[in-house]
Design a protein around this ligand. Structure first.
Ligand code: UDP
Ligand code: MG
Length: 317
């Protein structure tokens, strides 16, 4: 399995570039052009595009590229399975000694590839790129990403470097390790971090999206963040317990006070307002707790089905 003996600066290795694409017809040709420039010194290259159920001309465009350049290969998924699953499909089928994953929209500059390979040849198994704080992204998106990373690190001990994206290099042995993972609700950034091996980071200045528009709506970003946290940590369950405990404790003190009033004074407790308020409050808290427990139960349920992360309609690899 181990193909690389000693890190050297030789160029006769096999590099595979994995690119998940969903409605990227305007980007793939330009990406291919810039990739060709970037990998010129490498002897053997495979460009593996994963079409994630695009509804535009992405697949036709990939066919055209494949006719021009037989290093281009594709996998077409049976429908849209989402970025993380498309990426997993690519990693699962990627040949070669070293694999680089990147987005199709040119926000991940292909010109960085030689620098990634240099780190690999220096002996690292994972080279994670870090997006330099991008002034062109909307302020709200930058802030939420920052907040997510800070919260994951402090609260849930998932130490993702801030600005970590899915632009990274993986050695064959790391790709094999990830291929064997069969979990639902993939959060590859976290899994790569979890996998260990010799890791390093490389900052980069992100480009602008070349054509089309972002597929990550607020809803999808929130879903990814939530999935990331609940796949890697049971801390939310613990927080739920702590919150429940605190409230129950306070309610207990209040209960003693109420009983005291009842037993030792003749003040009638009108109490309607406080009763309603506390019932509603406790009810709300209970619903939140149930929701959190339900989230984990739902994950166990989906996992129990052992459904594959993606289905392939056709592939040329
Ligand atoms: N993508 C995908 N499936 C999806 C959504 C996105 O394969 O359901 C791909 C998309 O084509 C791109 C990458 O994932 O190559 C990142 O998507 P996008 O650029 O929309 O995300 P952003 O850069 O805004 O976070
Ligand atoms: Mg993008």
């Amino acid at each position: 399995m181990e193909t690389r003996q000693q890190p050297t600066s030789r160029t006769d290795f096999h590099l595979c570039i994995v690119v998940p694409c969903h409605n990227e017809e305007g980007n793939v040709a330009e990406l291919h052009r810039r990739l060709c420039e970037a990998v010129r010194p490498v002897a053997q290259v495979t460009f593996l595009f994963v079409d994630d159920g695009s509804t535009d001309g992405t697949l036709a465009e990939l066919g055209r590229l494949q006719a021009q350049d037989d290093r281009v290969r594709h996998i077409a998924l049976s429908r849209n399975f989402g970025h993380q699953n498309a990426l997993k499909a690519g990693l699962d089928h990627a040949p070669g000694d070293v694999v680089i994953s990147m987005d199709a929209d040119l926000q991940h500059p292909p010109e960085l590839i030689p620098a990634l390979l240099e780190r690999w040849q220096a002996g690292f198994d994972v080279v994670q790129t870090i997006r330099a704080d991008d002034r062109r992204l909307p302020w709200a998106k930058r802030m939420t990403t920052k907040a997510f990373h800070a919260v994951s690190r402090r609260l849930f001990s998932i130490d993702l470097p801030p600005g970590a994206s899915d632009f990274r290099l993986l050695d064959r042995k790391v790709t094999d390790a990830i291929r064997n993972l069969e979990e639902d609700h993939l959060f590859l950034r976290g899994l790569v971090q979890w996998a260990g091996f010799r890791q390093t980071v490389l900052p980069f200045e992100p480009g602008s999206r070349f054509a089309g528009s972002t597929q990550y709506s607020w809803r999808r970003m929130f879903a990814l963040a939530f999935s990331g946290i609940t796949s890697f940590s049971v801390m939310p369950l613990r927080l739920a317990f702590l919150l429940g405990f605190t409230i129950a404790f306070l309610a207990g003190i209040y209960g003693c006070y109420v009983i005291g009033i009842h037993l030792f004074t003749d003040r009638t407790v009108a109490g309607w307002t406080s009763t309603t308020a506390s019932v509603l409050f406790i009810g709300g808290i209970q619903l939140i707790m149930l929701g959190i427990v339900g989230e984990y139960l739902g994950k166990a349920f989906m996992e129990g089905k052992k459904r594959p992360n993606y289905l392939i309609r056709e592939r040329s690899i």
